[in-house]
Design a binder for this molecule. Structure first.
Ligand SMILES: [Zn+2]
Length: 144
């Protein structure tokens, strides 16, 4: 590992104020406070480009465009996480519903929810807030 952590704080040491400084108000309210963006307003729900969706807070790779599908819900929807090791699932009983919350394992950011009504083989629908994601477009250059 050649992670340069000297100039950056460890994710677990980030305080509420640190996140406020790092994130926009919307990103902060969603990822740190468990908020939800209004449907059809996010910047990625219509994104069809190839690439990787990362945690807006810590940069962990969360979802691939390969698993993104059009759910009609107004939020970016994925059939599978890019790496199950990068997310954690929690039971969420808020708003009088039992849902499964999806969080970033590395920094504990709230990402969205996962439902069991996905149209693909996985049967899962990861319904994720655009504001919790940072998109890295796949380069067309040949990778070595
Ligand atoms: Zn994260």
């Amino acid at each position: 590992m050649t992670d340069d952590q000297n100039s950056k704080k460890d994710m677990n040491e980030m305080t509420d104020n640190d996140w406020k400084e790092k994130l926009t108000d919307e990103q902060y309210n969603i990822t740190r406070k468990g908020g939800t963006e209004a449907p059809f307003t996010g910047k990625y729900y219509k994104n069809k480009e190839s690439g990787t969706y990362m945690c807006v807070c810590c940069g962990a790779e969360l979802f691939s465009s390969d698993t993104k599908f059009e759910s009609g819900s107004g939020w970016p929807s994925f059939s599978d996480p890019k790496n199950l090791e990068h997310i954690k699932l929690l039971e969420d009983t808020s708003h009088g519903m039992i849902r499964t919350e999806v969080r970033c394992k590395k920094c504990d950011a709230h990402l969205g929810h996962v439902f069991d009504d996905g149209p693909t083989d996985s049967g899962k629908r990861y319904c994720i807030n655009s504001a919790a994601l940072d998109f890295k477009k796949k380069e067309d250059t040949n990778e070595k």
